[in-house]
Design a protein around this ligand. Structure first.
Ligand code: GLC
Length: 678
């Protein structure tokens, strides 16, 4: 027996060694190919590789083909379709002088055609394995349509729901964002970037974009280095260590220096401290935007600053093509720098296998897009993303012997908005809405539908009568409110986080019928819903749940699944509390639960110090509406027997914490056990 085991181990070692030598052999082979190509490339061809354009910028098809033939284009973003990509790839590979393939990029943020929950919702599932599976689906479908590279995951720490891009993030916590970053990168990239169903990922937006002052997109950020290193950088370091193929530099200025010209972050931290050797692309026009920032006098200086900072590839503008020759001639930039950046780009293309297999199998899409497997994963991801915020009298789950339900609200049957922001390729006809799913589940005659409001911003109330009628003739009201998808995402910041339009009034109108109300909110961010909590019996937060949001909600409302989601962000009572996040500093005068006063209870002529001098708002206290990590279940859990392995830190700097967890309720359920330390 012993001998066999030894032989087996020896075999493993040899195999492992073989694999290792193959992969290191492959790397050496690739490096030789890079050197050989660069030695042949003209400057124009080098600058072509460093340039990424959108098809609209390349002009008519013949002009685009000619630019590719002349070696002026290294990458195209927003070109989709295996046939369309293969057509231009053929020009690059077979008609350009050196035959260097194009790398095709797209924002596949939370799904390609099978749309997953928005990343903020996916993160509410606190399930890294599921997030990985969801992004593997996205990669498989995108790759089948000719895409090699996605600009995701977005891992900006986001503590301000006024900022519309919080929807694309994994929320406010550095650790949770890091865990999700690693999982999503693995999902996109798999174990082999050259596989036909994997695509290169992109850690964005490097760095600090989520700290935009006032939650106003693109606004300046001021982040002291201690906070930058503790809160904002770690997810990017985890991404780098996880082997993310690319980084994207951000739009914002960080402490006065735009992220796309920031040598401290791009050179000192990313390259020197983290030893990252992937490829860095600028965000859309973020290089020329350094002029508007007041950081560059003109596009030539913008090019100089981006090159000195270490942007390998320029997205959507042509300062490199326009100015590098002059910068080289005057000695501002040296050719070795250009060659280093071109090498990073060629290495990505080699890792993607584009030199060996430049073309996409045009039959792949039909097999993978919207497959049953993919839709099932999307439904699972949606289901785990839902967070139960309130469940008065255990109204949920609903019993199956209800005679009828009223389905009301602008998000009850909103196939476009249900998908959420950053959906370029999802098609609304593939979305299954709650109305469709509930009719399917209960039978159409058991469902009384009334939209009540056309869209989330509708202010007129002529639809209320029909909604009230539907409520009156039903046993329970399922009210779907929230945000249209356009209200979150890039450039979509809000100064007021109350429900838009007359949605709150619609809730009041149906609540007045006395029927029990289940409020389901679909939104791209946390909203200030304190008023609505009082009017609804149960409240389920569904974010924007994607293609399968309807079936996932129907199952959950009727108890086929149990909510397990936990908030990845803190819910403020009012926008005036922002920024508000769980791991805030204690301050020297932490608010005291006893001392806190309700502004209406302050006696007239109260003396100066009678209310206690602690850190809180007289009109909003200091607690959020719901804290990070909050989420109810249909069942209950008992924690017992909490133990520490020792009273002091062990010699290896570790302490083991253990607890017994028991499901003490009537339903199966999942619980995210959370440990907070200070
Ligand atoms: C956008 C976004 C970025 C996106 C890029 C390409 O402006 O900031 O997240 O990946 O441009 O669409």
């Amino acid at each position: 027996m012993m001998k066999a085991t030894l032989l087996f181990l020896l075999g493993l070692l040899l195999l492992n060694g073989a694999q290792a030598s193959t992969s290191s052999e492959k790397k050496e082979q690739n490096e030789r190919k890079i050197e050989e190509l660069i030695s042949k490339m003209t400057l124009q061809e080098k600058l072509g590789q460093m340039s990424q354009f959108d098809p609209g910028q390349l002009g008519r098809p013949e002009e685009a083909k000619q630019a590719i033939r002349d070696g002026k284009v290294g990458s195209i973003l927003n070109l989709v379709g295996a046939r369309e990509v293969n057509e231009l790839q053929k020009v690059a590979v077979e008609e350009s002088r050196l035959g260097i393939p194009l790398v095709i990029a797209r924002d596949v943020i939370h799904g390609y055609r099978t749309i997953m929950p928005i990343p903020l919702g996916l993160t509410a599932g606190w399930n890294a394995e599921l997030a990985e599976k969801a992004m593997a689906v996205a990669a498989e479908e995108a790759a089948a349509e000719g895409i090699h590279w996605t600009f995701a995951p977005m891992i900006d720490i986001s503590r301000d729901p006024r900022w519309g891009r919080i929807a694309e993030s994994s929320g406010e916590d550095t650790y949770l964002t890091s865990v999700m970053a690693k999982a999503m990168i693995k999902g996109f990239q798999g174990d082999d970037l050259s596989a036909p169903n994997t695509i290169a990922a992109c850690a964005k937006h490097f760095v600090g974009y989520g700290a935009a002052e006032g939650g106003r997109d693109y606004n300046t950020t001021l982040i002291p280095e201690v906070q930058l290193r503790n809160d904002y950088l770690p997810p990017f370091q985890v991404a780098a260590d996880a082997g993310v193929a690319t980084f994207m530099s951000a739009f914002n200025d960080l402490n006065g220096v735009p992220a796309s010209g920031n040598e401290f972050t791009l050179k000192q931290i990313l390259r020197k401290e983290w030893n990252y050797n992937g490829m860095v692309v600028s965000d859309w026009a973020s290089i020329t935007e350094m002029i508007a920032h007041g950081f560059a006098a003109n596009s030539k200086e913008a090019a100089e600053k981006a090159l000195k900072a270490g942007i390998d590839m320029e997205m959507a503008t042509s300062t490199y093509v326009d100015h590098v020759q002059a910068l080289l001639d005057e000695g501002t930039i040296d050719l070795a720098t250009i060659d280093e950046y071109v090498a990073n780009i060629l290495r990505l293309k080699l890792d993607l296998g584009l030199f060996d297999k430049p073309y996409t199998d045009e039959s792949a899409a039909a097999k993978s897009i919207l497959s049953e497997k993919n839709l099932q994963i999307a439904k699972e991801a949606a289901s785990e993303s839902f967070v139960l915020l309130q469940n008065k009298n255990e109204l949920l789950p609903l019993s199956n012997d209800l005679s009828s339900v009223a389905v009301i609200g602008p998000l009850a049957d909103a196939p476009h908005d249900q998908m959420g922001t950053w959906v370029f390729d999802g098609k609304k006809e593939n979305t299954i809405t709650p109305l469709t799913a509930l009719k399917e589940m209960l039978g159409a005659d058991q469902v009384n539908f009334a939209r009540g409001l056309k869209i989330s911003r509708t202010k007129t109330t002529e639809g209320f009568a029909e909604a009230v009628e539907a409520a009156k003739k039903s046993d329970v009201v399922l009210l779907f409110l929230g945000e249209e998808s356009i209200l979150s995402g890039e450039a979509h910041s809000l100064a007021n986080l109350n429900l838009q339009g007359a949605q709150s009034e619609l809730l009041e109108a149906v609540a007045e019928t006395g029927k029990p109300v289940v409020l389901v909110i679909m939104a791209g961010r946390q909203l200030t819903i304190q008023k609505e909590l009082a009017k609804a019996d149960a409240v389920l937060y569904a974010w924007h749940p994607g293609t399968m949001g309807g079936p996932a909600l129907a199952d959950m409302l009727f108890g086929k699944t149990t909510p397990s989601g936990k908030l990845p962000v803190t819910f403020p009572k009012t926008v005036g509390q922002i920024p508000i996040y769980y791991n805030h500093k204690n301050t020297g005068r932490p608010a005291d639960y006893q001392q806190w006063t309700d502004i209406n209870k302050i006696p007239a002529e109260a003396t100066q110090h009678s209310l206690g001098n602690t850190s809180h708002y007289l009109d909003a206290g200091f607690e959020p509406l719901f804290p990070f990590g909050f989420g109810l279940s249909y069942t209950t859990f008992e924690y017992s027997d909490l133990k520490l392995s020792s009273k002091t830190m062990g010699k290896d700097g570790a302490i083991e914490v253990s607890v017994n967890l028991k499901n003490t309720g009537k339903f199966e359920g999942a619980e995210v056990v959370q440990l907070y330390i200070r």
